[in-house]
Design a protein around this ligand. Structure first.
Ligand code: SF4
Length: 296
């Protein structure tokens, strides 16, 4: 696909792509490069925002979540005729795109120049909507995220608006796939949309428990991007409401005795352990040895 005939979303000035691989920087990456704070994924898991490449192998989705910041029209293009790159080329493209996206920072004296994006020793955080359990069974990233935005089918239909009839059954099957994972750290993530899916914490707990996740992230819907045309601003939860709902769920998840929170991101984390960082990403690990920013 060329620059001119790619899907609308990929052609947007903020979304850069090489063939089917697309990347976009988030605000936290720029903040971290200027030394102005890091995203909650640093606080929870140790991800350094200045080294985070937010990429997707394809900008297409089989769901139409009401809270999604993306333009759903950009999800609907055909994949027939796409020439698929091999995995190495996808990694190359991701790094190239990130380099271009951050090129403006090369001239910024506040940013160390020797930052090594070409280091291939990259940790992977895979985010999925859980509709392809057969694929997830074969995937062992550093950390596997699956979105669970309802604990029963009716709410799922209202909030997620899946394009395939068996999406709910597939999500349930995905919970069983996660329960079998041993090496991969597993995370269930729920976007809380006021008036839509913030009810029955005990049902959420039951659904989560089926996957035996390492972590559960509960985060308020944010009134940004294309979602502003679908969901009222008042559907955002206060941070206190997020924590309150997380605690109500926690009452039914005795193994997840720890609760962490990042108020600025309106997010709470339920965990079985107090130490939630990816071991490789801990300060002083070999992984960060050559990194000029993390020591700050
Ligand atoms: S799963 Fe939902 S939130 Fe994620 S890209 Fe698809 S429509 Fe957007």
């Amino acid at each position: 696909m060329s620059e001119s005939d790619g899907p609308k979303q990929v052609d947007s000035p903020d979304y850069h792509h090489e063939n089917h691989t697309a990347a976009q920087t988030c605000g936290w990456t720029a903040n971290a490069l200027r030394g102005e704070g890091k995203c909650y994924k640093n606080i929870f898991y140790g991800i350094e925002s200045h080294r985070c490449i937010q990429m997707t192998p394809v900008v297409k989705c089989n769901e139409r979540c009401v809270f999604c910041w993306r333009d759903h029209a950009g999800h609907a293009y055909e994949l027939d005729g796409v020439e698929w790159d091999d995995p190495e080329a996808v990694v190359d493209a991701s790094i190239d795109l990130q380099r271009k996206l951050l090129s403006g920072f090369g001239g910024n004296d506040e940013v160390p120049r020797e930052d090594a994006f070409h280091d291939r020793d990259i940790t992977t955080f895979l985010v999925s909507n859980g509709t392809r359990p057969e694929v997830l069974r074969e995937c062992d990233p550093t950390q596997l995220y699956v979105s669970v935005d309802a604990a029963e089918r009716h709410t799922f239909d209202e909030v997620v608006k899946a394009m395939e009839d068996d999406a709910w059954e597939k999500l349930v099957e995905t919970m069983d796939v996660l329960a079998e994972k041993e090496e991969t750290r597993t995370v269930l993530r729920t976007t809380l949309v006021g008036g839509e899916n913030v009810h029955h914490p005990d049902w959420y707990a039951g659904f989560y428990r089926r996957a035996d996740p390492d972590f559960v992230e509960l985060k308020s819907y944010m009134h940004v991007g294309e979602s502003r045309d679908r969901v009222a601003r008042s559907s955002m939860l206060d941070h206190e409401e997020v924590v309150e709902f997380a605690e109500a769920i926690q009452e039914h998840m005795p193994d997840h005795e720890y609760l962490k929170e990042v108020p600025v991101s309106r997010v709470a984390l339920l965990s079985k352990t107090d130490d939630t960082w990816v071991p490789k990403l801990k300060k002083g690990s070999e992984f960060w040895n050559r990194d000029p920013v993390t020591g700050d």
